[in-house]
Ligand binder design. Structure first.
Ligand code: CMP
Length: 143
């Protein structure tokens, strides 16, 4: 079954949007298989954003994701990677459609509330980076 990595960033936590954000993936019908609340280390942040290392905003990305607690999650379901990206909305909240998380709650590209893996390879890499195998729960909802 397909899995994706999602992280509610420090702005989402500080704005008390954790419940609202999780609700959107639950009510859509996806299955939560991993969840933790953590203060991200600089090392983890740099590895997570490694593809952006040469970008001018790399330093501010790392500063921000390490600035306060984050909710890291793994969600499972058919097509969950692409569907979660739709639920999250465009990277820049100003371009994100109303009805999406970023479209409804955000205005700043650097404070865009939530990260979601963008492709199967990225999802696999990010799930393995943030979670040990034994931290993931294999279960199926009885629906
Ligand atoms: P995220 O999904 O976490 O992945 C990379 C992040 O880089 C992205 O969300 C944005 O928060 C951030 N980002 C992308 N473009 C810019 C930019 N031009 N300036 C600042 N941050 C950016």
């Amino acid at each position: 079954m397909e899995r994706t990595f999602l992280a509610i960033k420090p702005d989402g936590v500080q704005r008390k949007l954790v419940g609202e954000i999780i609700r959107r993936f639950e009510t859509k019908g996806f299955t939560l298989v991993g969840l933790k609340f953590l203060q991200v280390s600089r090392e983890l942040a740099e590895q997570h954003y490694d593809v952006h290392r040469e970008r001018p905003f790399f330093g501010s990305l790392v500063e921000f994701i390490t600035s306060g607690p984050v909710v890291a999650m793994v969600w499972e379901g058919d097509g969950v990677i692409a569907s979660a990206r739709k639920i999250i909305g465009a990277t820049n909240p100003l371009s994100a459609e109303p009805g999406t998380i970023r479209g409804d709650f955000g205005v700043n590209i650097g404070r865009n509330l939530i990260h979601g893996s963008d492709a199967p390879e990225t999802a696999q890499r990010e799930v393995a980076l943030w979670f040990k195998d034994e931290e993931l729960v294999n279960w199926q909802p009885h629906l």
